[in-house]
Design a protein around this ligand. Sequence first.
Ligand code: ADP
Ligand code: MG
Length: 685
Amino acid sequence: MARRTSEVAAAASTSSGATLFARLGIRREQDLVLHLPIRYEDETRITALGALRPGETAQVQGVVVRQEIVARPRRTLAVELRDDSGSITLRFFHFYGSQLRQFAVGNRVRAFGEARGGLFGLEMVHPRYRVVDEGEPLPQALTPVYPTVSGLGQARLRATILRALRAVQWPETVPAAVLAALGLPASADALRAIHQPAPDTSARALHERTTPAWRRVIFDELLAQQLSLQRARAARAAQRAPTLSDDVLARCLLQALPFRLTGAQQRVWTQIAGELATAQPMNRLLQGDVGSGKTVIAALAAAQAIGSGWQAAIMAPTEILAEQHLRRIGPWLERIGVRIAWLSGSLKEPEKRAARARAASGEAQLLIGTHALIEDAVAFARLGLAIVDEQHRFGVAQRLALRDRLEATTTVVPHQLMMSATPIPRTLAMSYYADLDVSVIDELPPGRKPVLTRLVSDARRDEVVARVRAAAAAGRQVYWVCPLIAESEALDLQSAIDAHAALVRELAPLRVGLVHGRLPSADKQAVMAQFASAALQVLVATTVIEVGVDVPNATLMVVEHAERFGLAQLHQLRGRVGRGSGESVCVLMYRGPLSAAARERLKTLYETGDGFEIARRDLLQRGPGEFLGARQSGEALLRFADLERDSDLLGAAREVAAALLRDDPARVDEHLQRWFGGREEFLRA
Ligand code: ADP
Ligand code: MG
């Protein structure tokens, strides 16, 4: 139990060793202990060669009867093993001289790998193998297989982990009474049972991570996440925000609106207005399906902040969306006397400087823009409220930067309102978003009709084009969204340009516009404005229109190559229509043959228009990573927990975290240190 100068640390820090381990996220001994198997291999049994079937992964053993280096088509070492029941060829495409000696005829070899049917009978390509003596005992337990990187073999990794497991002290961080109530083992025991499962452990339960040991580790991971988020929340609650309690301006805006708030909007607005009026910083996520009317809530909140003598900022993830806020919210608020500044990455430097100066002097009361708001280090005179639209579209790093900017320097912290049209399933809301309060607008404005969804093979493109023409003839407008080819932005662009050219021809004399991400900002804005004013009847677009665009007269949406889009994306796209009173249709055009996953996605879209249900299925299909917009940072993800499978543990972890934070800060520190080292920041982004 030598803790400090253990041989483990030495092993992990030898020359290239340290870098290899670091690439696995292993920097400390604790990290080794928490580096858990991705799967297990069964080396407790030997499969007779005669009983081995192609496709089977198994351990075999036999005597070398032939060794041969084949020169063509590729230099290959072939080794034939034989037992009483049959034979197999082991094949190596790269090998050393020492291996030729190991495979001397007459030697006994134990090999583990996947059997394939080859030209001359069964083969294993690059199996794991060992020379053994006759009667050498088999392992009693399943063998763990760890995630690794090239250059770091399983054997070395396994040995290093086992040494760490013996060396590291692992104080229990969860009270015994809690463990007893949950039926979970001690943490140290659980880790040993995962790294070295007892011989009688159910292989299936191990693989499914449902053994008591796995459940304990998963509980610990969820607990760490909860502790981190709840502590962040408590820290925030201890800070002071401005009291934004003057509602005169917000009332003016309410009066000036061309519609009345829906019941859901009213409820949410009452809640937010109340929170803004307290000195506790608001940290609220406003969820509402596409078209549910989140923007007006943002405008009301901004009005209340400004009416109370503070500034507000609205940040959106794309230039188009930010511009739309400027166009929509701008006039609403300007009419009631609010001074607005605009900041985006595409502005020229002098214009940016001017916008920053207006924010810094306090002359501008509302700043609307893209993430240039964070990147350009805007110093507000008196920022009282920061609003982030479509917050899930921002990366983890950007969300962190924003939070740090808002919370770091000033003594008074602005209130934060985040908005998202991608509903967060309950399990995610309870885990990744546990430091947020959530409000939901669960009602659409009156008079909306559900969007009809049609799945159409692209063999019937002509019919779709005819439908576009008919919609235009009826005075309606149409979106035509082009495929996304992930590998190449240039190709995406070309496909949109081609589609546009073809449609201009096919639909003449209709006016067909084109908008894509590479278009200079001014052009983009011009095209969007033309479409909004109905000067264009058809808008060909790449997914830049995915979020937030609002043209109520557009009633037909065509998505080309719909099979290439994700579920959430398609749902967002579909939400661009069905915004006015007209009957709306979304045509998902696909090219077969469809993969099983694509078929499933399209079927889901066809079956339901409910954003929550779609989000739930999306989570099931893709896992939480993409949901969180966290692709840049694997660290934000839970490594072992699966929120669907482990939802019972999630609830428990939440309660235990609250109790520990209240009663036992020392255990909290130990637990967080163990799980995150210095990296917990990312979980709160
Ligand atoms: P999202 O929640 O997707 O951001 P928006 O805020 O863009 O939705 O609202 C969609 C459309 O509904 C806009 O045209 C908006 O003016 C309109 N709208 C919002 N609230 C109401 C309401 N209470 N009654 C009628 N129309 C509304
Ligand atoms: Mg919106």
